[in-house]
Design a protein around this ligand. Sequence first.
Ligand code: ATP
Ligand code: MG
Length: 396
Amino acid sequence: MDYKAFMIKYAEIGTKGKNRYIFEDILCRNINRKLKPLGDFYVRKEQGRIFVEANSDYDYEDVVEALGKVFGIVGICPVVVLNETDFDSIKNAVITYVDKAYRKHNFTFKVNTRRNDKSFPMTSMEVNSELGHYLLEAFPDMKVDVHEPEEIINVEIRKTVYIYSITIPGPGGLPVGTNGKGMALLSGGIDSPVATYMIAKRGVKMEAVYYNAPPFTSERAKQKVIDLATIVADYAGSIRLHIVNFAEIQKAIYDNCPHEELTIIMKRYMIKIAEELAKANDCQITVTGESIGQVSSQTVFSLAVINDVATMPVMRPCIGMDKQEIVDISEKIGSYETSILPYEDCCTTFVAKHPVTKPILSAIEKSEAKLEGIIEPLYQKALETVEVITCRSGNN
Ligand code: ATP
Ligand code: MG
């Protein structure tokens, strides 16, 4: 089938009142950006809808896949565009469309005509009933059901004619860039890429920070995180990844603090540094992949003590999810295979045999006091030696 255009359906944007045009414009911009490498497309807004028109040849599968990664889109309708606007041409095109668009022709349907071109000699109702009649003639196993049809054959008569009926689901969410910026703590695990994806899905532009710990962690472990950021960037748009040298800080904690408290103290420093980077890059929130009870540092007691250093909201979109639910999302977005590659993480290098599961804030603060005079220069050095890599997928 030769689709010359796509109609884009979006949902929540419609509820934004006076700001609606901002959401629509950003969605158009994101669609444009995503499709740029795939052909010459013209994206336009029209009466609460967005049309993507192809001005060049393009690969249908590639375009549908790309649109399926643009947050804010709930449905993608491939559209046949017809330049002839007389009834006979429309009739023939609709029959050809239904013939090719469906494998089986045994469903209930109704025709839904919209007539913007008021000079057209028939009313919408007349077009509906005439086209319905011809479709029944061409496909005897189809049935009209005007109340609960399985398929609605849409025909829009303007200067050109648009025919569409199929809706391919989009990713939902809100267009990235409509809701501030976040700094994700991105490790090489399963959870944090999913968390980054979920916050981006709500329209937040994302940056990320990775705590690297050479020589305890390898170049491969770092590359894995770059790869994960790139996979998420396919949906979220480009992600600036801040790579922090964390080894000296970890070593100082290891040498000076009780080992069962290592992870908690380390996580507190991770949050502190993430906030510094967040503030320097105009982010309003930080994001982690934590989920209640998953490991000792994610009991509510541990989370409370870790969270105590935060001055910005820490968003934890995986917090109430089971591991399998997080895995399901990571498989869906394509990060799972990379996440499970067995490279060491900075947290596993300095892990205690019996980490605390009910840390007490005052005790942790007392342990941290032992770092005074030692950690400050290391902390400054970590911030001064950050490496920034912009991760973008092939087409954004
Ligand atoms: P993930 O699957 O995201 O690695 P996890 O279940 O392994 O999470 P932890 O290792 O306890 O959990 O880490 C909790 C959160 O802390 C992670 O989701 C991530 O947001 C952050 N984090 C952990 N290690 C790092 C790191 N090396 N760099 C950046 N962030 C990290
Ligand atoms: Mg991890």
